[in-house]
Design a protein around this ligand. Structure first.
Ligand SMILES: [Zn+2]
Length: 106
């Protein structure tokens, strides 16, 4: 079992865990469980997400990065009608010449 990510709160930890569950990565949240058992704990104990299978860690880290960046955008890249650049589907304007997407793909 390897430490993956220290969350700011229980909600964030649970959201990430659910996301990893969907990707077939088994994980467990530690840290916040202690708060019910002990009467007095430092306030700076954050829930930490651990990956159960060591082999999953690298993949889990990549998924975590994705999780906290923008959500993956479905679809194909579109081509700028002005300069011909291929633009990733997450962008609505051409990064090269700032032409808005023509929506040809939708
Ligand atoms: Zn362009």
């Amino acid at each position: 079992m390897l430490e993956l990510y220290q969350a700011v709160d229980r909600v964030e930890a649970q959201m990430l865990k659910d996301y990893l569950d969907q990707q077939d990565i088994a994980s467990v949240i530690l840290g916040d469980l202690l708060s019910g058992a002990a009467g007095e704990l430092p306030a700076n104990i954050y829930p930490t997400l651990w990956v159960l299978e060591d082999d999953d860690l690298i993949r889990a880290k990549r998924l975590t990065e994705q999780f906290f960046s923008k959500p993956p955008v479905a679809g194909d890249p579109w081509r700028c009608t002005v300069c011909g650049e291929s633009i990733d589907p997450g962008f609505e304007i051409c990064w090269n010449c700032a032409t808005p997407c023509s929506n040809d793909n939708e």
